[in-house]
Design a protein around this ligand. Structure first.
Ligand code: 0O2
Length: 246
């Protein structure tokens, strides 16, 4: 009886430590994303990220997935086969922002990109769109370094709206779904995707106007004629500030 109790205690501690490592992986990724978005905001004067959500997969969900995949329930096998225990969802404003974020993540030297699935270029048959990245991030523990798997999903507000509601309606519903419903949902995905394209177009047009206004301001300052009364270093500083706001 005593041995059993200590064994249970040991297993409980092992699971706790195992899950903690994934929480640290999430914490590290979240810190990285905060830095990237704040720096991007400063340099480009706009934030491509609307919001970020992160979650740890519940032990129940992990076990269900192992069972579904017919894999042995051991720590090692869970660690190797379930790569979305730590999950982050980044919701972006515009379509092009999703690829910008992916690019910024790929450039992080301590991160290893394991796999990228582009469901934006190649949506799932039901209409689901998102960029999925499986990566590993090093977590520095007291006695070792663990490279922890994190799944990052990057999508626009419209894609997120569709996916969240579809999830509520019947993602993972394992019974046969009436064809009519699937078609309506797919149709809704096309509407969401059209909205993304329109907003992207507007975004580009506004950026173009901002850029043109900046060029006009430069001409108005008439740098070449030497008529501008401010000392050049101060003038350069003002222009630099203006450039960052375009
Ligand atoms: P949950 O409850 O969100 O965590 P995998 O089984 O992960 O090894 P798969 O299915 O090829 O392999 O992975 P994929 O395609 O990268 O999808 C993983 C995650 O994307 C899912 O996690 C969902 O969060 C999301 N997802 C994928 N397809 C759909 C979809 O059709 N609709 C919605 N709403 N979400 C989707 P989980 O673990 O399945 O679910």
């Amino acid at each position: 009886m005593e041995i059993e109790r200590s064994q249970i205690k040991q297993i409980r501690n092992d699971i706790k430590r195992f899950m903690m490592t994934y929480q640290f992986g999430l914490d590290e990724m979240n810190t990285k994303l905060t830095i990237l978005s704040e720096e991007f905001q400063y340099v480009h004067d706009y934030n491509p990220i609307e919001h970020i959500k992160s979650r740890l997969k519940s032990p129940e969900s992990i076990l269900k997935k192992m069972y579904r995949k017919k894999l042995p329930i051991t720590m090692n096998s869970i660690q190797e086969s379930i790569r979305d225990i730590a999950g982050i969802r980044i919701v972006c404003s515009f379509l092009s922002d999703t690829y910008k974020i992916l690019d910024m993540i790929e450039k992080q030297e301590d991160i290893t990109i394991v796999e990228v699935k582009d469901y934006i270029k190649n949506p799932k048959p039901n209409g689901y769109q998102s960029l999925h990245v499986i990566l590993t991030i090093p977590v520095f523990l007291s006695d070792r370094v663990e490279n922890v798997y994190v799944e990052v999903q990057i999508r626009t507000v419209a894609m997120d709206f569709w996916a969240s509601l579809e999830h509520k309606i019947y993602y993972k519903y394992d019974k046969l779904i009436p064809e009519e419903f699937s078609m309506q949902l797919k149709d809704a995905a096309t509407v969401a995707s059209d909205l993304d394209r329109r907003m992207e177009k507007l975004h580009n047009e506004v950026n173009k106007i901002k850029e043109d206004n900046f060029q006009e301001d430069l001409t108005r300052l008439d740098l070449g004629s030497g008529n501008f009364p401010l000392p050049e270093p101060l003038l350069n500083l003002l222009l630099e500030d203006k450039k960052q706001n375009v």
